[in-house]
Design a protein around this ligand. Structure first.
Ligand SMILES: Nc1nc2c(ncn2[C@@H]2O[C@H](COP(=O)(O)OP(=O)(O)OP(=O)(O)O)[C@@H](O)[C@H]2O)c(=O)[nH]1
Ligand SMILES: [Mg+2]
Length: 505
């Protein structure tokens, strides 16, 4: 029977309900007690998979959590692997990998750990020469071995570094030694050259006294000789003639008159029978005048012995100082020269040339500077360096210029401030070619400075050598040296008797 035919009229809505598509209501139905009960999903073609949105979110959360745990675990293993020396290219989880499943992450971590262990083992086997223990080493042991190997390598590195440092030091020492040796060689060569120069200077023969006095002989002595040849009676008229010859020889007025008085006295006492007697009497008197032999300068009486040199322009001060320095260094003395002539251009250079030739130290200042300051410095330096002799040059000056003479006195006082008692000796340099004017110079300088002695230069270049007799007679100052030429040997200690003999030989 068909349902349509048997179904009552009021059953029609029911049929419609049965044939109409079943639409699941998303809304929960209510049971008898009014509690909401979720409707069971139904489908004619199998179980229905209709999940709610909340279920999907919950499942996603759970999966996410599991993935996170896996990632964290893998990371921890990777760090452990790195700690024990795994290669830095261990797999890393980046954000893209974060989505890998936990199993994959675990596998990555294991690989990282294995790699780290392999690396540690390789390092250990490389560092240790001993055979590997048969028993596999624990991680702690491997770690200890690795540390030990690291320490050994570090020690070797340090040793190598130390060896390199020692080698560098040795190289530097060798270079310094070589430089010092080269410097010593240069200094020795310079010293040898200086010594050779000194010996050469000392060996320069210079003139004999007789040669040096040749011109004077041509003046004074030639005049006297001509006089002696006059076969005349020795009388007052002859003595007047003699006086003129003596004046002409620059012996000086006073000394000439004194000599004539001496001859007149002899004549009165009838001791001058002929010209020869007159000649020998005069020579004796001259020898007596110049022969007052002063003791030579004792350069060893003080240490340092300070000598001051003064004189008019061009008298020969600097040359005399140079010659003297050469003589003193030749005797083995340490000499300091003070370039106190700050006035004349190139005066210091001239002294420096002498310093080089003689091996003396030259202390100089600025051109136009204070001469006292330069000499002060030189004395201080000489004292500090243990010099034996300090010689101070000064600028040439006219003995008639009071301010210049006063400046010289000031320099003398400054020297005493630098070293109490200095200068120990003051020498006046006189140019013999100045003749009688030299006597006037000596008088003025002596009044200002209280001279200790005289150097008479250029006797080789003048006929006025008779001035020596005048100087000795009038000034009562010892002539310490005479200059008879340009060579060092031409500066000679003055010997009055030898001088007179050389004149009249
Ligand atoms: N022939 C000869 N010449 C000399 C002698 N002494 C010095 N001379 C020369 O005289 C000249 C002047 O000598 P210096 O030593 O410069 O004279 P100075 O007194 O220092 O001169 P200033 O510093 O200008 O006052 C130089 O050419 C020297 O060579 C000597 O005994 N004989
Ligand atoms: Mg000079």
């Amino acid at each position: 029977m068909s349902a349509n035919s048997t179904a009552p009229k009021d059953a029609a809505p029911q049929a419609i309900q049965e044939t109409a598509p079943q639409v699941s209501s998303p809304m929960p139905s209510q049971n008898a007690s009014g509690v909401e009960v979720p409707s069971a999903p139904e489908s004619q073609n199998g179980p229905a998979v209709a999940l709610s949105v909340w279920d999907a979110v919950a499942i996603a959360l759970v999966l996410g959590f599991v993935a996170l745990m896996g990632w964290a675990l893998a990371r921890k293993r990777r760090e452990r692997a790195r700690d024990i020396g795994a290669e830095p290219d261990l797999p890393r989880l980046d954000e893209g990998e974060a989505g890998k499943g936990a199993g994959q992450i675990d596998a990555d971590g294991d690989r990282a750990l294995e790699s780290a262990e392999r690396t540690a083992e390789a390092a250990t086997s490389q560092e240790t020469t001993e055979a590997q223990p048969a028993v596999p080493l624990s991680k702690a042991e491997l770690e200890a071995q690795r540390k030990e190997a690291y320490r050994a390598k570090k020690a070797r590195d340090l040793e190598a570094k130390e060896a390199r440092r020692r080698a560098a030091e040795a190289r530097q020492r060798e270079e310094e030694e070589a430089a010092k040796a080269a410097q010593r060689a240069i200094e020795e060569a310079a010293a040898q050259k200086a010594e050779a120069e000194r010996q050469k200077i000392a060996a320069e023969a210079g003139k004999t006294l007789s040669e040096g006095l040749a011109r004077t002989r041509g003046g004074l002595v030639a005049g006297l000789n001509a006089f002696w040849r006059k076969d005349k009676a020795i009388d007052e008229a002859l003595l007047c003639e003699l006086e003129e010859v003596l004046f002409g020889a620059d012996i000086g007025v006073k000394t000439s008159m004194r000599l004539i008085e001496f001859a007149r006295d002899k004549l009165k006492r009838q001791e001058l029978g002929d010209a020869d007697k007159l000649k020998s009497a005069l020579m004796d008197e001259m020898r007596r005048i110049v022969g007052v032999r002063a003791a030579p300068i004792d350069f060893e009486s003080k240490k340092p012995f300070v000598l001051m040199v003064a004189g008019v322009n061009g008298a020969g001060k600097t040359t005399t100082i140079g010659k003297l320095a050469a003589k003193l260094t030749g005797e083995g003395k340490k000499v300091v020269l003070a370039a106190g002539d700050t006035f004349r251009a190139a005066a210091a250079e001239q002294l420096e040339v002498w310093g080089e030739r003689s091996g003396a130290t030259v202390v100089r200042g600025k051109e136009g500077g204070d001469p006292g300051a330069v000499i002060f410095d030189a004395i201080k330096r000489g004292v500090a360096e243990g010099a034996d002799v300090i010689i101070a040059d000064t600028a040439g000056r006219l003995h008639t210029k009071a301010p210049l003479m006063e400046e010289l006195c000031r320099v003398q006082r400054v020297m005493d401030k630098a070293l109490s008692g200095a200068p120990h000796h003051i020498l006046l340099v006189l140019d013999a070619t100045n003749g009688q004017n030299a006597i006037a110079q000596a008088r003025e300088f002596n009044a200002a400075l209280k001279l200790d002695g005289i150097v008479l230069t250029k006797l080789d270049g003048t006929a006025k050598g008779g001035v020596v007799i005048g100087i000795c007679d009038e000034l009562k100052l010892p002539i310490r040296y005479i200059g008879i030429g340009e060579a060092v040997a031409d500066l000679r200690p003055f010997d009055g008797e030898a001088f007179v003999n050389a004149l009249f030989e």
